[in-house]
Write a protein that binds this ligand. Structure first.
Ligand code: NAD
Ligand code: TYD
Length: 359
């Protein structure tokens, strides 16, 4: 079996579902169930013995030691993190605690466990660290996409904390020989995405007739990958990635934010037309995010060349599936819109004056 951390979050939840469906191998899922963790994402696994859920904190060394000793996993896939840039601006401490201290704790627990293994089990063990393209900083309009050798230049508390965790993972390989692999992936989208991030927020707000807040001029570029493709990339790197290596994961789908939001509106106009006219009428420009990275783009040639991984979805097919999923699952959305989520909306958007521009 494998130990997954953060498996009740967006990508971790999709990964657990995908892993059990594709491989049928049991998963121990360690998740603290912060505001971003949601067991409803895993409702289809209720009663399935291949999913063992453990509520707990990755900073709790005794708990991690106990889980490793009890379940004896062949790999750890580490997703657990604070993941939202805007939240990291309002409150960075939790990002340092979970992303840096938590990764350190896991690495130390993994090292002790790995040292206790022998023979085949020791040789086969892997620690897979799931990271982000944001550690590389921001690209200019004509810069080449990020390769694995691009300098680390994180600009937000979130990306700085993830960069720190990547460095720890690297050091545990070089110093202690811990068998690690790291993947740095571009922006994900798809089912079960918490509606604080761009794409689900736009879908949910549009359906509720609320403004669609675009930071700055809407020309910031992100590189989008359908979450199931990220899951298949992690499976591939975990199975065949070279030890100590990092692999950049992306789908060659760079788009400015305004184009993403217009695409979401156009698909909603087609699939759930509003009597009040196109959803694009709700587009509203608001004050920019401080330190807002202008452009991310991933060069995914290494994982394509070495491991033969390629995404299955284009942006067009993936975004259509995503919108269809949100339209079919209003109860999932309603249930994540808890008290803490409502507080977040007033913290983040309450102080952001609109810039007066409409779509
Ligand atoms: P998420 O915020 O949706 O989920 C994070 C999960 O971690 C939640 O279930 C939460 O309860 C859990 N968690 C938080 N703190 C914890 C702690 N101290 N102990 C145990 N569990 C804890 O995040 P996501 O978008 O699914 O991202 C998962 C990973 O992928 C993160 O490491 C993130 O940096 C990375 N990543 C995300 C993206 C993206 O576009 N979302 C892109 C590339 C990489
Ligand atoms: P987000 O989904 O928060 O991901 P990240 O900042 O990690 O890339 O944001 C994606 C882009 O969308 C980013 O450039 C910020 C922008 N954005 C908005 O314009 N409005 C919003 O309300 C949000 C949440 C994000």
């Amino acid at each position: 079996m494998i130990l997954v951390t953060g498996g009740a979050g967006f990508i971790g939840g999709n990964f657990v579902l995908d892993w059990i469906e594709e491989l049928g191998e049991p998963v121990v899922n360690l998740d603290a169930l912060t505001y971003a963790g949601n067991l409803e994402t895993l409702a289809s696994l209720a009663g399935d013995k291949r999913h063992i859920f453990e509520r707990g904190d990755i900073c709790d060394r005794a708990l991690v030691d106990r889980l490793l000793a009890t379940h004896r996993p062949r790999a750890i896939v580490h997703f657990a993190a604070e993941s939202h840039v805007d939240r990291s601006i309002h409150g960075p401490a939790e990002f340092i605690r979970t992303n840096v201290q938590g990764t350190f704790t896991l690495l130390e627990a993994a090292r002790a466990y790995w040292n206790s293994l022998e023979g085949e089990a020791k040789a086969a063990f892997r620690f897979h660290h799931v990271s982000t393209d944001e550690v590389y900083g921001s690209l200019g309009p004509d810069d080449a996409p990020f390769t694995e050798t691009h300098a680390y230049e994180p600009n937000s508390p979130y990306s700085a904390s993830k960069a720190a965790s990547d460095h720890l993972v690297r050091a545990w390989y070089h110093t202690y020989g811990l068998p690690v692999v790291t993947t740095n992936c571009s922006n994900n989208y798809g089912p079960y995405h918490f509606p604080e991030k761009l794409i689900p927020l736009m879908i949910v707000n549009a359906l509720a007739g609320k403004p669609l807040p675009i930071y700055g001029d809407g020309q910031n570029v992100r590189d989008w990958l359908y979450v199931k493709d990220h899951c298949s990339a992690i499976r591939t790197v975990l199975a065949r990635g070279r030890l100590g290596e990092t692999y950049n994961i992306g789908g060659w789908n760079e788009k400015p934010n305004i184009e993403i939001v217009r695409t979401v509106c156009a698909l909603l106009d087609e699939l759930r037309p509003s009597p009040e006219g196109s959803y694009s009428r709700l587009i509203t420009y608001v004050k920019d995010r401080p330190g807002h990275d202008r452009r991310y783009a991933i060069d995914a040639r290494k994982v394509e060349r070495e491991l033969g991984w390629r995404p299955a979805e284009t942006f067009e097919s993936g975004i259509r599936k995503t919108i269809a999923w949100y339209l079919a699952n209003p109860e999932w959305v309603a249930n994540v819109q808890s008290g803490s989520y409502r507080e977040w909306v007033s913290t983040n958007y309450g102080e952001r004056d609109t810039t007066g521009e409409r779509a």
